[in-house]
Design a binder for this molecule. Structure first.
Ligand SMILES: *[C@@H]1O[C@H](CO)[C@@H](O)[C@H](O)[C@H]1NC(C)=O
Ligand SMILES: *[C@@H]1O[C@H](CO)[C@@H](O)[C@H](O)[C@H]1NC(C)=O
Ligand SMILES: *[C@@H]1O[C@H](CO)[C@@H](O)[C@H](O)[C@H]1NC(C)=O
Length: 810
């Protein structure tokens, strides 16, 4: 079982193992066999029948067989002999490699007894492998000046066997110069070393041939060899020398990666391989070494990465040249990096004062800028500027700081936000520049009063408007923002006809809509002048005014008012006189009416509505003149009654009527008689009244006669004038008189007919009245009478006066 060992400890260990194994074997009934490797097939491993206590022939009867987990069966059962045999050739090295013990476990089943028996088979090593070197030949080169004692590691041989069958020793072929030293490591491996015993001399012996033998301790002993060819090398007398002790080179920072910077060159006067040098960095800052690449054969230094002047401007390194013999030369390389304008200026807005009030004084600081360029020299000098069209300028401050200030007042209403671009350029060639945008908001101040689009407004409102009607709307604009643009409207207090304006109108302070608080009457108020103030909500508030003229428009709300003839409220008869001898077209009287409205609403027309004797009288449509239509006849009744309607042209028209009484008589006494006959039954008066009446009629007749004469002369004169007028070709001759009718027309007629007499019977005294001064007071202005308009009247006012005087005298 355990093989004898040259090591006492090892044999003791094996003995212990065997002893323990036997103990275990008896305890468990396990069977142990030993078989050497590499035996032929059918080699008897053990007498199984004997160990199982069975006869050899009975094995089959008991159903004894091997049960094994492995795929390949290493062992077989020989039923004839009852022994366990090898099933094939077994290679221990293949099965267990370098393990010290190689054990295989199989199980035997005795089927009829149901018994399982474990069998442990140890495969023992035989010396079937030879120690082997990797190469058959080894080239060793040694310098002739190598000192005795110099060691050279030799290759080791490998023997896969174990124990004594593995590698045990090395041997070197005998020679004068070298010896072999074998080192044993802790794990028992041994390594051979060549030791130079005596100095070599290439000149004596340029080469040495040695044989190293590795042997194991098996029986028979096996061994492997390697042939060692030692070449003695020539002495390397000269160290490499660099052409320059210091190399200097300048390089712009922007050279691309891989650019050749310089080539260092060292020469070695030795011949052949001794003259061959290799280069490498000897001393270089750790951080810098990745930046450069040194070709160890050519000495060419190139950049391995991009250089940056801003990071490092100067590199210093030492380079050594080494020849084959290990002799060294060294040199210094100084690399200066030159600045290139490769950095744009940087502008940092350190503070920004936005928004800025629009009323800030010129020179207000907007922003503080810091300008920096990483380049140096001109490349790093920076100038800044802003566009000229903006109200900002840059002022230089200390240490590359700039102040951005205003140079004029800002106006938020013109520009509420500025996008200021600050251009920073360096002085490099070509220059690099950076644009920085500063967004500045301008804050509002209340610097604009609210303004109305028009200086004044006119508004029209029909009279009789409902209360609370909105009349007009004004809007003022304030270009400021927010509160400063919030406009409220108010009316400036004033009085109108003694009452405060605010009792007539009110304005919505928010919307500017004007409301009427009262119903306006055109006949009372025709226009209003008011002032509206718009005030913003700024602090302090600003305001703007606008004037508004409000015109009340007429509506046909007044019916014509008859001025003449009036009802005799004072008890007079109100009778008009028409002599029987009157020609057709004789002017009996004139109905005079006025209308409080104006324009069409006051343009009156007259119609005869009813007559006691139809066809006897006509009424001038626009004049209101009542004239006879034909000659009066005897059969015409003394008292004629007429109803005249006056109507305006409003929409809808309004009208009034008046009843006239015309007395038809031949002479004044007739009239008086007639009247008395007329009046006595209807209105019996005392004798005093009759006396007065008679007296009055007499006076009237007298005056009438005089008046008729005067009138005739005037008519003659007028006829004569109109002839003259036609002869001079007056353009207005064809114009119908109705076109001139209006309130002026009324005046004209009144003027014309102020001469006409009217007869009024007074209760107290009977006298003739010329109504002209009364009418004139009411309707005729002094000027219009004095104007003496030839178209309207042929009588001037002086004549009127004269007549009045004349009548008074009479
Ligand atoms: C094995 O042992 C038995 C006795 O148990 C013996 O009869 C037989 O001959 C032996 N076989 C061999 C091959 O030695
Ligand atoms: C300012 O102007 C620049 C260029 O004109 C533009 O790119 C930028 O968007 C502007 N900034 C603002 C806030 O308008
Ligand atoms: C507006 O009118 C009022 C009153 O007439 C006056 O006191 C005020 O100064 C005016 N405001 C302006 C801006 O004209």
């Amino acid at each position: 079982m355990a093989a004898p060992s040259n090591s006492r400890e090892r044999s003791e260990l094996v003995l212990l193992c065997v002893f323990l194994g036997m103990l275990w074997e008896t305890g468990t009934g396990q069977i142990r066999y030993t078989v050497p490797e590499e035996t032929d097939k059918g080699y008897i491993v053990g007498n199984l029948s004997k160990d199982l206590g069975l006869k050899s022939q009975e094995l089959a009867e008991h159903g004894v067989r091997i049960i094994s987990r492995g795929k390949t069966q290493l062992f077989a059962l020989n039923p004839k002999s009852g022994s366990l045999t090898t099933a094939d050739r077994i290679d221990r090295e293949e099965l267990c490699a370098q393990s010290a013990r190689c054990l295989v476990n199989i199980n035997i089943l005795v089927e009829d007894r149901g018994k399982l028996v474990g069998i442990e088979i140890e495969i023992t090593d035989i010396n079937d492998n030879t120690p082997k070197f990797q190469a058959e030949n080894l080239e060793v080169r040694m310098n002739e000046i190598a000192a005795p004692g110099t060691r050279y590691s030799l290759p080791e041989a490998v023997d896969p066997d174990v124990g004594v069958n593995s590698l045990q020793s090395y041997q070197l072929s005998p020679n004068h110069h070298f010896s072999l030293d074998v080192q044993t490591a802790d794990d028992g491996t041994i390594t051979p070393e060549l030791v130079l015993e005596r100095a070599l001399d290439r000149e004596q012996e340029a080469a040495h041939h040695l044989v190293l033998t590795a042997a194991d301790g098996g029986d028979p002993r096996r061994s492997g060899t390697v042939r060692i060819h030692v070449t003695v090398l020539d002495t390397n007398d000269n160290a490499p020398v660099f052409a320059q002790p210091i190399y200097r080179v300048k390089v712009p920072e922007n050279v691309p990666q891989g650019t050749r910077l310089l080539t260092v060159r060292a020469t070695d006067p030795d011949e052949g391989t001794n003259g061959k040098v290799t280069y490498k960095f000897r001393k270089i800052n750790e951080k810098h070494s990745p930046l450069f690449h040194l070709n160890e054969n050519t000495g060419e230094i190139s950049t391995a990465k991009n250089l940056d002047y801003e990071e490092c401007t100067f590199y210093e390194m030492e380079i050594q040249a080494e020849d084959v013999g290990g002799l060294l030369g060294r040199t210094k390389v100084l690399i200066s990096v030159e600045d290139v304008n490769d950095n744009r200026p940087e502008v940092i807005v350190t503070s920004l004062f936005s928004p800025v009030l629009e009323n800030s004084l010129p020179g207000a600081i907007i922003a503080l800028l810091n300008v920096h360029d990483r380049d140096s020299g001109k490349n790093g000098q920076v100038v800044c500027h802003t566009p000229d069209n903006l109200p900002f300028k840059l002022e230089k401050s200390i240490n590359n700081y700039y102040r951005l200030v205003t140079w004029e007042y800002l106006d938020r209403e013109k520009v509420s936000m500025y996008n200021i671009s600050v251009m920073a350029s360096d002085l490099g060639v070509p220059p690099l520049s950076t644009a920085t945008h500063i967004v500045l908001h301008v804050a509002d101040t209340n610097d604009n009063p609210p303004a109305f689009p028009q200086a004044s407004y006119s508004a029209y409102i029909p009279e009789n408007n409902p209360r609370g009607a909105s009349i007009f709307s004004v809007t003022a604009n304030d270009p400021d923002s927010e509160e400063n643009a919030r406009v409220t409207y108010s009316l400036i207090e004033d009085t109108l006809q003694g009452a405060p304006l605010s009792s007539y109108l009110s304005i919505n302070s928010d919307t500017g809509v004007l409301y009427a608080l009262q119903s306006f009457d055109y006949e009372q108020i025709r226009d209003l002048q008011l002032q509206i103030t718009a005030t913003d909500s700024g602090d302090p508030p600003l305001s703007g005014n606008v004037s508004l003229s409000l015109f009340v428009l007429d509506q046909n709300d007044n019916s014509p008012k008859i001025l003449y003839p009036t009802f005799p409220t004072d008890g007079s008869t109100g009778v008009e006189l028409a002599p029987r001898s009157a020609e057709p077209g004789y002017l009996v009287t004139k109905v005079v009416a006025v209308d409080g409205d104006s324009g069409q609403n006051a343009w009156l027309s007259y119609r005869l509505l009813k007559a006691s004797e139809p066809g006897l009288f006509v009424v001038g449509l626009h004049t209101g003149e009542v004239r006879t239509a034909r000659a009066l006849q005897d059969r015409d009744t003394l008292k004629q009654s007429l109803v005249v309607a006056v109507q305006d042209h409003g929409q809808p028209p309004l009208s009034a009527t008046v009843t006239l009484t015309v007395a038809v008589a031949d002479s004044i006494p007739d009239v008086l008689a007639d009247l008395s006959t007329l009046d006595s039954p209807a209105n019996p008066r005392d004798s005093g009244l009759t006396t007065y009446l008679v007296l009055a009629v007499a006076v009237v007749s007298c005056v009438f006669l005089a008046f008729v004469i005067v009138l005739l002369t005037l008519r003659l004169r007028r006829w004569h004038r109109s002839r003259l007028f036609q002869a001079t070709g007056g353009e207005l001759a064809g114009v119908p008189s109705s076109h001139f009718v209006g309130i002026d027309g009324v005046q004209a007629f009144l003027q014309t007919y102020s001469h006409e007499v009217s007869l009024t019977a007074d209760s107290g005294k009977s006298h003739v009245i010329f109504p002209q001064p009364n009418y004139a007071d009411m309707l005729i202005s002094q000027e219009s009478c004095e104007k003496n308009d030839p178209l309207l009247t042929s009588i001037d006012f002086h004549e009127c006066k004269d007549q009045a005087a004349c009548i008074k005298v009479s």
